[in-house]
Design a binder for this molecule. Structure first.
Ligand code: C5J
Length: 226
């Protein structure tokens, strides 16, 4: 990790974000084939994956700059054990009439660890040494050791990217906020299958003086990292 990088201010809403690179991790949420690729879980539910795929290029650029600066990177994957022992019955019961978690899909069993669809898309594949947090829930903190790993690296800020804006990104930002982390969400690096949820998901984060965190664009982070 880069130790001598100064704190700098990032243009953001509702007000500038005091970016402290040495204490800030990039947390890339669930950029998995099941959500982003045709034939995955998201597509099987009738969603247009193009709305999520527009986030790939900005994430690739941000991840490259983050790595070049030597800063901390974490990835997450939503998924479950093959025997579904970590899948709450209530979660399994949802999506009646549609393919469910554990059902066979074009890329293996849907959202099951080890299946092709569960993997992170190749464009954003984790490098050796970058932690990958396997999470059975929507939030990245529940039933994972993310908080322990962040504490071990002295992380107090998170730049949260990935999919989907209103589900796993929002849940993770809220979990992080309650645990004392400052979260910045670059709007071009998060995506939703639903344009109205994209808009509202971002508005909810920055509302009321930044009730859950800050919203910015990746270009401001890229400029600060140069
Ligand atoms: C969903 C996620 N949408 N990663 N998962 O079920 O947001």
């Amino acid at each position: 990790m880069s130790a001598a990088v100064a704190v700098r201010t990032i243009a953001a809403e509702p007000y500038p974000f005091p970016f402290d690179p040495a204490a800030c991790a990039l947390l890339v949420i669930d950029m998995q084939r099941d959500f982003l690729e045709p034939g995955g879980f998201g597509a099987a539910l009738g969603n247009d994956v193009a709305l999520l795929r527009r986030t790939i290029a900005p994430n690739v650029r941000l991840l490259a700059a983050w790595r070049a600066a030597g800063l901390a990177v974490f990835h997450t994957r939503e998924g479950h054990a093959p025997d579904l022992s970590d899948l709450p019955p209530a979660k399994l019961a949802r999506a009646r009439g549609a393919p469910r978690i554990g059902d066979p899909g074009p890329m293996g069993r849907i959202l099951i660890r080890g299946e092709a669809g569960h993997a992170i898309i190749p464009e954003l594949a984790p490098l050796p040494g970058e932690p990958v947090i396997d999470k059975p829930g929507k939030g990245a903190f529940w039933a994972t050791d993310l908080q322990t790993q962040l504490a071990a690296r002295g992380i107090r800020q998170l730049v949260v990217t990935g999919v989907t804006t209103e589900v796993c990104v929002n849940t993770t930002v809220r979990e992080a906020n309650d645990r004392g982390y400052d979260c910045l969400v670059p709007s071009d690096c998060v995506g939703s299958y639903f344009p109205e949820f994209q808009e509202m998901g971002l508005k909810m984060i920055k509302a009321q003086g930044g009730i859950f965190g800050w919203v910015s664009e990746s270009k401001h982070l890229l400029a600060a990292l140069q």
